[in-house]
Design a protein around this ligand. Structure first.
Ligand code: HEM
Length: 391
């Protein structure tokens, strides 16, 4: 049994009692049901992404008492601002652009694996963590060697043991909020420095395109930061989770090795089975009925896509890892207007990495004395460590 975060009960085969539940102690609504989440993601005018609109003032990231600007953080935006920003940027994720990155991703994966000199590796530290961050840094034109900094800031922002709460104040919770704001600020300052440099000396990269676009300085920096975070954090979790699933289900590993056309289905099923961003956040703009509950206006929702991906009303035997099923209905990449912009890139990275692992090693096995470690993060499902024996 994997040691996943205790809040994620669906990973232990448990089912929610109700698809929607009010959590009095936290002052927010938990949504677990697939159908209910589909409704939420399909109705952005009722379920807004700009959760800071209603979040009590003390929860906004602050520095020296002043609010940290979140303008341009695309996942926290609603139409019409969101629509405009998304249109402006979607060309960078066109299928042709992503397909053009394939040779580079393959070369990078091989370079990272060439550095392994023993008969074992921590797959997270060796490949899963560095690869997506180098790829997204490269798109933006930011030096990939600074990824240690991202790791530190990323951990500060997202490794939060506590679930969000509108009400509950504790020292640990306050510390996590502070650490989040502090890491976010350092991250923004780092990106702002590079953006300023591009303004002076333009290059052929996405950061230059952003600073030369009609976006304000804050928007350009925050969008670039959101991209770095989204592009790297989720993908590193997906890569680790997929390799872990292949270890746990050796028959599937054998099948995918023998028939590489199965790999895309393995990746989709891995995102369903262990959903990297297990929860999304939304805020109601008006009173609404959902899953038999009356939710008031200005309510905060934790939308557990990870739980929806184990909803037996949609996925038969949801606790079995089975790439043979049709997992394309999973919600790991979101739905609707905020559907993941980097979905194709993530899938391409997954496909290339698995193919290269299969080519280079005849077997990949976890090490009983050094079990995989999951992140201590209530809202994420991903590994911080995955030692593998290689042969
Ligand atoms: C397996 C890897 C990935 C997963 C599981 C994932 C998951 C998600 C999810 C669930 C959302 C929707 C958020 C919401 O509705 O609130 C999203 C949005 C987004 N993702 Fe990904 N993502 C992955 C990889 C990537 C990559 C590689 C990039 C870019 C390099 C990326 C960029 C984005 C962006 C920019 C958005 C915001 C879209 C919007 O708000 O319109 N993601 N992602």
């Amino acid at each position: 049994m994997w040691k996943t975060h205790e809040t994620q009960f669906w990973l232990r085969g448990e089912r929610p009692e109700r698809p929607v539940r009010y959590d009095e102690s936290a002052g927010l609504w938990h949504v677990y049901g697939y159908r209910e989440i589909l409704t939420i993601l399909g109705r952005p005018e009722t379920f807004a992404s700009d959760v800071f609109r209603i979040t009590p003032h003390h929860r906004r990231p602050k520095l020296d008492g002043k609010d940290v600007s979140m303008d341009g953080m695309i996942t926290l935006m609603d139409p019409p601002g969101h629509t405009k920003l998304r249109k402006l940027i979607s060309g960078a994720f066109a299928p042709k652009v992503i397909a053009g990155l394939e040779p580079k991703i393959a070369a990078l994966t091989n370079d990272l694996l060439d550095q392994v000199e023993t008969d074992w590796m921590d797959f997270v530290a060796t490949v899963a963590f560095p690869l997506p961050s180098i790829v997204v840094c490269d798109m933006l034109g930011i030096p990939g060697q600074d990824r240690d900094l991202f790791q530190k800031w990323g951990a500060g922002m997202f490794e939060r043991n506590n679930q969000p709460s509108q009400l509950e104040k504790s020292e640990e919770r306050e510390k996590e909020v502070e650490k989040h704001a502090d890491s976010l600020l350092q991250f923004q300052a780092y990106v702002a420095e590079h953006a300023a440099e591009r303004r002076k000396r333009p290059r052929e990269d996405l950061l230059t395109a952003l600073v030369e676009s009609p976006l304000t300085d804050d928007q350009a920096v925050n969008f670039a930061s959101a991209l770095l975070i989204a592009g790297h954090l989720n993908t590193f979790m997906m890569l680790g989770n997929t390799v872990l699933c292949l270890d746990a289900y050796p028959d599937v590993q054998d099948q995918a090795r023998a028939d590489r056309s199965v790999i895309p289905a393995v990746i989709e099923e891995s995102m369903r089975f262990l959903t990297p961003s297990a929860a999304l956040s939304r805020a109601t703009t008006r009173e609404v009925k959902l899953g038999g509950e009356e939710i008031p206006a200005d309510a905060m929702l934790t939308v557990w896509v990870g739980a929806a991906n184990r909803d037996p009303r949609v996925f038969a035997n949801p606790d079995t890892f089975d790439p043979g099923r049709n997992s394309s209905a999973h919600l790991a990449l979101g739905r609707g207007i905020h559907f993941c912009l980097g979905a194709m890139l993530a899938r391409v990275e997954g496909k290339i990495v698995l193919n290269i692992l299969f080519d280079r090693y005849s077997s990949l096995r976890t090490i009983p004395d050094e079990p995989p470690e999951f992140l201590r993060a209530a809202l994420l499902t991903g590994l911080r460590k995955l030692p593998l024996r290689l042969s």
